[in-house]
Design a protein around this ligand. Structure first.
Ligand code: PLP
Length: 313
């Protein structure tokens, strides 16, 4: 594939400019405003499309990879689906190291885009620090093979700038009114990148990182087994800047799941567990801050990816 081809393909990907919707029915009277940045409309169905385009454009531009080479990443499936989509467009191959702990639809989506999907057994469906370490080590080894390139979703310098427009889009949509941003932390890339964009737009909202109460590594130092895909990995991700994110809160995964059901039934929004968790925390912050306050968070992906599991069962 010639240079012009992959450039044209990446330029044509319709990433970003997603809607920001105000939640009303799940927000109690007397609370501030809660706004949800709905990222499910990105091409592969999550905000990870912003990351994938940024990573692949940067790598191809610099010549770190050339069409025909193989990208390697360990992924619960959102990053993987986004990378698989962009790899297909740019003539790259992609190997995802994943697990049966993650939604089957995500694994099938990666394969549908032509990715090789390696599945580590979770031994019971829980996301544990041990499982994350196993998929990580397998991805590191494959990424070091000739013709392969580890995309490094935990450290790649193209990621934060890739997410920054998510922050500027929020700043524009809210006309500069914003008190708090909260987000579940996996790599921390989305939250930190969005904050970069908000900072660049002249806003300095308080930032609250979130994790599942079942794996409260960031708040207590002890990770555990949980079911909120994409966050709560059992270590402090390098992107997470504790000076910019003053507070981390743990949210019960049962509350996150209950919120997904309310969002579908009351707000008409089909959301995944990490989005449910984001909204639980955002509503709590809007209650604490009170009338007149403005809280924003992220609708990471679509609940359609989780219909095979028990999220809505
Ligand atoms: C479904 C889902 N939610 C939330 C996140 C967390 O995003 P980040 O890694 O940018 O912190 C991820 C990341 O993998 C994810 O897949």
């Amino acid at each position: 594939m010639a240079d012009d081809d992959w450039r044209a393909a990446l330029d044509a990907v319709a990433v970003g400019s997603t809607p920001l919707v105000r939640l009303r029915r799940v927000v109690p009277d007397g609370a501030g405003e809660v706004w949800l940045k709905l990222e499910s409309g990105n091409p592969s169905g999550s905000y990870k499309d912003r990351l994938a385009v940024a990573i692949v454009r940067g790598a191809l531009d610099r010549g770190d990879v050339a069409p025909g080479d193989r990208l390697v990443e360990y992924t619960g499936g959102s990053t993987g689906t986004a990378l698989a989509h962009v790899a297909a467009l740019t003539g790259l191959r992609f190997t995802a190291v994943s697990s049966d702990a993650f939604a089957p639809v995500k694994l099938r989506s990666m394969a549908a885009y032509g990715a090789e999907v390696l599945v580590e057994p979770s031994h019971g469906g829980g996301i544990t620090p041990d499982l994350i370490a196993r998929v990580r080590d397998r991805a590191y080894a494959l990424g070091a093979e000739p013709g392969s390139w580890y995309t490094d979703q935990f450290g790649n310098a193209d990621i934060r700038p890739g997410y920054a427009p998510m922050g500027t889009e929020i700043a524009e949509a809210l006309d500069g009114r914003l008190d708090v941003v909260c987000a579940g932390v996996g790599t921390g890339g989305a939250l930190m990148g969005a904050l970069d964009g908000l900072d660049a737009a002249g806003l300095a909202p308080d930032a609250v990182g979130l994790e599942p109460a079942q794996s409260p590594f960031l708040t207590t130092g002890a990770g555990g087994s949980h079911r909120v895909e994409g966050i709560g990995l059992g270590f402090t991700p390098p992107f997470l800047d504790r000076d910019r994110v003053a507070e981390v809160r743990a949210v019960d995964q049962a509350d996150a799941i209950a919120m997904c059901r309310r969002l579908a039934a009351e707000e008409g929004l089909l959301c995944g567990p990490s989005t449910g968790l984001n909204v639980v925390a955002a509503v709590g912050l809007a209650v604490e801050r009170g009338p007149g306050s403005v809280v924003a968070t992220f609708g990471v992906d679509t609940g359609a990816k989780y219909l095979d599991g028990d999220l809505f069962a």
